[in-house]
Design a binder for this molecule. Structure first.
Ligand SMILES: Cc1cc2nc3c(=O)[nH]c(=O)nc-3n(C[C@H](O)[C@H](O)[C@H](O)COP(=O)(O)OP(=O)(O)OC[C@H]3O[C@@H](n4cnc5c(N)ncnc54)[C@H](O)[C@@H]3O)c2cc1C
Length: 304
């Protein structure tokens, strides 16, 4: 590993972090990326809707990204960063082989999805159980799709998926009976409602087969549901980054350039933005790299 200090330490080597690292390495900044190796979509066999890479395994995109960063002199380290602190006008991070200092820190650690607590759901996560129609809808367009509600927005999700398949079954589960208007619009679009608590998801030969209710089984081929999103933002919170808490949860706040409230610390991708799919993460990483490079240039000018 090159000697300290680096210009930029990037924690998280998913699409957001690697995209930022690539631009910064090409700007001849000394960059180090730490990555724990469990990207959000790592469970999925294929990635969709990413122009030029549609259908590529997500892990392949990241392998290519790491090679590209290294081609320009960037350093990529496998392992988790457990903590970070302000140090000497920059930031010190505790990597797997000890402390490393950098003038700027970019946190791109993503988020975790928590699934509804239903037996058999987790086993199919990223295969027969998915959340994003733009990522997985096309491949399921001929499937009977079960939508298991995880909140009142389940009705909207069922309507949305009707765009992809004519065979949608809506399971209100324990969210409760949809209102009269919702029942009318669902039924008008041919969306079947199967009421009652969902007890389990049954699979066979690796494929989803049915949703089990108390008194019956309902055959489906794919399940869409909603997850609770947990940003992996402990590093940022420990550094004192400002958060915004509202009905949608608690998220670290950044300005349009990705700058957090903590001096020298930026954040990008799913860790601060729930809507950041792969394409958005790649774009945001590139954008933030320009802002970090400009900040470093301003500091270089000030040094004379
Ligand atoms: C099942 C599923 C399928 C999906 N399919 C698609 C799709 O087809 N198309 C699409 O556009 N989007 C898809 N997505 C969304 C996609 O996964 C995210 O948009 C994308 O991963 C966000 O990129 P990111 O770089 O912010 O985070 P991530 O890709 O999650 O990368 C974060 C990285 O940071 C690392 N990390 C975390 N904490 C630390 C730490 N302390 N130290 C070091 N490293 C750390 C992690 O190991 C991980 O490698 C899918 C999501 C899911 C759940």
């Amino acid at each position: 590993m090159a000697a300290d200090p680096f210009d930029v330490a990037v924690v998280g080597g998913g699409p957001a972090g690697l995209s930022a690292a690539l631009s910064l390495a090409r700007a001849r900044r000394r960059v180090i990326v730490f990555d724990a190796g469990d990207p959000r979509n790592g469970v999925a066999a294929h990635m969709h809707g990413v122009l030029g890479h549609d259908g590529l395994p997500p892990t392949r995109l990241l392998e290519r990204g790491r090679v590209e960063v290294e081609q320009y002199g960037g350093v990529v380290v496998e392992g988790r960063v457990e903590s970070a602190r302000a140090r000497g006008g920059g930031i010190e991070v505790d990597g797997p082989s000890g402390a490393v200092t950098a003038r700027r820190l970019i946190v791109a650690t993503g988020l975790r999805d928590r699934l509804p607590d239903i037996a058999g759901l987790r086993e199919q996560w990223g295969r027969g159980v998915v959340v994003c129609p733009y990522c997985d809808g096309w491949e399921r367009r001929h499937h009977t799709i079960g939508v298991i509600a995880a909140g009142p927005q389940g009705v909207d999700q069922a309507h949305q998926l009707r765009q992809w398949s004519e065979r949608i079954v809506y399971f209100p589960n324990d969210v409760g009976e949809p209102g009269a208007d919702a029942v009318r619009t669902l039924e008008a679009r041919g969306i079947r409602i199967e009421r009652g608590p969902v007890r389990a998801v049954r699979s066979s030969d690796g494929r989803v087969e049915a949703v089990e209710l108390d008194d019956r089984s309902v055959a489906v081929e794919t399940i869409f549901t909603a997850t609770t999103l947990h940003p992996r933002d402990r590093l940022l919170r420990d550094l004192g980054a400002r958060t915004l808490d509202d009905a949608a949860g608690s998220w670290v706040v950044v300005d349009p350039d990705g700058r957090t409230s903590v001096e020298h610390v930026w954040a990008v991708g799913n860790v601060i933005d729930r809507r950041s799919n792969v394409s958005v993460s790649l774009g945001a990483g590139s954008l933030i790299a320009g802002a970090v490079n400009a900040d470093l240039t301003a500091a270089d000018i000030a040094l004379g």
